[in-house]
Write a protein that binds this ligand. Structure first.
Ligand code: CA
Length: 370
């Protein structure tokens, strides 16, 4: 560009032509960094768990909208293209690019997977978010997930779950002995120490098993999801809290090669979309659960808190399990100690913040002044 022309150009730009000039220069770069991509995401959940399954849809929709539909992620329900509990394997071996799942489903491969979702007496939803987003857990967990060719981002939370449905009351730790209970994964191992006989039964088979008495108790999620399965008709004692799922987090898993192949801008969009799904799913539960709890109560559910002796026995058993796994698995030990240090400070602060405020407000709720 000749000197005179250049001066003229700058003058034009200064007079208001910046936008036009920037567009002209930037357009080719944008075209290069916004390729058309079509990916598949397999969910570990059925469509009737609309809050959890819906988080994957929220995620995929946000990615499509932010990229003008250039990056399209098709969501498949559990079992449509991959069995629900093989979602992580499908990502690891690259047969799908992504899945939406609960990482603790894969604790049998390595118990360290449990920390991504929830562990007995672990973190509540807000703490699980803080630990992941700002407490270092996203990086820490991804060092572990990378061994399975997985890059994981938080994408949903159920909040604290309920402790399940029981055909008889559980008053003391002794009442747990011989109890046949539908409860999955890590929590099952803890309860086994107290004499519970845990079993993993798919959602659709729980009701008939409770009705026939093949099992004595079953945990699922919380009021909104439990209501659909009708447990109050066959096991009316509805216990709380679900101490094994104080804030169960879901994740979007991406195959690491596929993740690295994405333009940086798409990676940023995926991060934001996953964070949106994370917030939206929790909000949906917080809107749906109160109404469902009222309906369940009206339909005969008997709400019962676990007694302190029962919780103390479970807490002790959980700590034994943590010690046992820590002694034989270095990743588990590192992650457990990281979470434990965070948990201690988080509960220090929440005594003064939310818990202090909420306690007063819950008294008002019981007085019906709200
Ligand atoms: Ca559960």
């Amino acid at each position: 560009m000749a000197k005179v022309d250049r001066r003229k150009f700058l003058k034009t730009a200064g007079a208001g032509g910046v936008g036009a000039a920037a567009t002209a220069v930037a357009a080719p770069a944008i075209a290069q960094s916004a390729p058309e991509i079509k990916w598949r995401l397999t969910s570990s959940f059925p469509k009737n768990l609309d809050t959890i399954y819906g988080a994957a849809e929220t995620f995929a929709k946000a990615v499509a909208e932010a990229t003008d539909n250039k990056f399209q992620i098709t969501v498949f329900a559990g079992g449509e293209i991959v069995p629900p509990l093989q979602a992580a394997d499908a990502v690891t071996n690259g047969s799908v690019e992504m899945c939406h799942t609960a990482s603790y489903y894969f604790w049998g491969k390595d118990p360290t997977f449990a920390f991504g979702t929830a562990v007995p007496f672990g973190l509540n939803a807000r703490m699980q978010n803080a630990w992941h987003y700002e407490g270092g857990a996203i990086d820490l967990m991804n060092k572990f997930y990378a061994k399975h060719k997985i890059y994981a981002l938080p994408a949903g939370n159920t909040g604290a779950q309920m402790g399940g449905w029981y055909r008889k009351e559980i008053n003391t730790p002794n009442d747990l002995k011989g109890l046949k209970m539908r409860i999955g994964g890590f929590a099952g191992t803890v309860l086994q120490k107290l004499g519970v006989v845990p079993s993993q039964i798919p959602g659709g088979d729980i009701y008939p098993s409770l009705e026939k008495g093949t099992i004595d108790a079953a945990e699922w999620v919380g009021p909104y999801d439990d209501e659909k399965l009708g447990f109050q008709k066959v096991a009316k004692y509805y216990y709380y809290p679900g101490w094994w799922e104080g804030g169960a987090m879901l994740h979007v898993f991406t195959n690491t090669d596929k993740w690295n192949s994405l333009p940086k801008s798409y990676q940023a969009i995926v991060r934001s979309a996953a964070a949106l799904a994370n917030t939206t799913m929790m909000a949906k539960y917080d809107v749906q659960n109160p109404a469902a709890l009222k309906r369940l109560y009206a339909a005969g559910a008997q709400l019962r808190p676990f007694s302190e002796p029962v919780l103390d026995a479970c807490f002790g058993a959980a700590n034994e399990v943590y010690a046992e796994y820590s002694a034989k698995n270095a990743d588990f030990k590192t992650t457990y100690e990281h979470m434990k240090a965070f948990r201690s400070d988080a509960y220090l602060w929440q005594q003064f913040s939310e818990n202090g405020y909420d306690t007063y407000m819950m008294i008002q709720q019981r007085k019906k002044t709200l």
